[in-house]
Design a protein around this ligand. Structure first.
Ligand SMILES: Nc1ncnc2c1ncn2[C@@H]1O[C@H](COP(=O)(O)OP(=O)(O)OP(=O)(O)O)[C@@H](O)[C@H]1O
Length: 198
């Protein structure tokens, strides 16, 4: 599988964010998107996920199921933790498992991957910032999707959990997955780099 982006253009609110962004991401590789605040890193991930329409250029996931759109091959973990505050951690994951389809691990096992199985019955509203981030990342494991789009995935994570995430990312890549990550930090594994906004 290979993600090809050619001359992507992004506009938001009628203003140009970036233009002429091209890259190739092969299976088993991590592409770290860097750039100053406001350069358009999050916007790029949202364009790939199909959450923001591209204003120009092309995007293709070669080798993917052609019956499905690009967004259906992605896990998108954005800046904001997409959690329902009144649902427990386990219920949040059960929601996402039903939403995504293609079930993989059950919610308890997914929580275990981020070392928060003990929080399964706690409403998301009661979780700390880092625990919420871990719960957001646990979503990656309730459904198998080849392309992970991670926006500042290590934000709010303690050092041990950053290492845990790096191990999971390494495993995903070794299994032929692809990762596009917007980050200001070193993710702890080899990466291609794409700087936006020079
Ligand atoms: N919904 C929106 N409507 C209009 N403009 C937006 C919207 N969201 C983002 N922008 C603008 O798009 C530009 C790129 O924002 P984006 O969040 O992609 O940058 P970023 O590189 O991820 O920044 P940071 O490092 O601060 O997270 C910014 O100028 C921002 O103000």
């Amino acid at each position: 599988m290979r993600l090809l982006a050619e001359n992507l253009v992004c506009e938001r609110g009628g203003r140009g964010v970036f233009a002429g962004v091209s890259f190739t991401l092969d299976a088993g590789r991590l592409l770290a998107v860097t750039g100053r605040n406001g350069a358009g890193k999050s916007s790029l991930l949202r364009v790939v996920a199909g959450l923001v329409p591209k204003a120009g250029g092309s995007l293709a996931l070669e080798g993917a199921d052609s019956e499905r759109g690009l967004g259906e091959h992605c896990h998108y973990a954005g800046h904001a933790d997409a959690l329902k505050a009144s649902l427990t951690a386990g219920e949040n994951l059960a929601f996402w498992a039903a939403f995504y389809g293609d079930p993989w691990l059950d919610p308890d096992e997914a929580l275990e991957r981020l070392a928060i199985a003990h929080l399964a019955d706690l409403p998301a509203a009661y979780l700390s910032a880092g625990q919420k981030r871990r719960l957001t990342l646990a979503r990656l494991f309730v459904s198998r999707r080849p392309l992970w789009l991670l926006d500042e995935p290590t934000s709010a994570l303690d050092t041990a959990t950053q290492a845990l995430l790096a191990a999971h990312m390494r495993e995903h890549l070794a299994a032929g997955g692809l990762i596009l990550a917007a980050t200001h930090a070193d993710l702890g594994l080899p990466a291609q780099r794409l700087e936006i906004g020079g």
